[in-house]
Design a protein around this ligand. Sequence first.
Ligand code: SF4
Ligand code: FES
Length: 219
Amino acid sequence: MSFLEMFDVLNHDLILKGEDPVAFDHDCREGICGACSMYINGRPHGPLQTTTCQLHMRSFHDGETITVEPWRAKAFPVIKDLVVNRDSFERIQQAGGYISVNTGGVPDANEIAVAKTFADKAFDAAACIGCGACVAACKNSSAMLFVSAKVSQLALLPQGQPERKARVESMVNQMDAEGFGSCTNTLACEAECPKGISVSNIARMNREYYAAKTKSENV
Ligand code: SF4
Ligand code: FES
């Protein structure tokens, strides 16, 4: 039984007893959407570096008491029980997480040559599912890993160049406006990220931001 199926059973029993079910977020249940965010026994998504929907009850001992909490961050206000509002992530994306060039249809994709090393790094950054575990794990509630993944995936590709400087500036500004904290290189985000996003993306975002601010082409 998966962790979310355990909640389904619990809520079924609560409803039969006429009690309020426990509110929790979920959608794909395949580790893709990032909705199933919760703190389990003091760790984001529980004891494994995976999403809560991919966690199974075999990771716990029979009869074990399991402590479950919502994400803890000022920028993720609790709606009910385990459901938090992550619209702050959406607003950061809306601030710059897009491209304006027409990339054509699927067959056109191979027309633009991208070096394998850049393509691989962009693909790794694009694996971020916006779950928020990085923020929840960070003692400063920093969103640097999430934002840097979104900045990197576009900064590394030719299609992302037209808005490259404006993008990093406005996404970082929006991140600050939402109340996320600063990065102090604890690396808890990388350790808990279910998609293995590397903190090297944070270093890249810092370089991108510096280049945008100084209008330097060579950083
Ligand atoms: S960087 Fe990792 S932990 Fe943070 S939102 Fe993306 S997938 Fe989740
Ligand atoms: S429900 Fe979509 S990642 Fe868990």
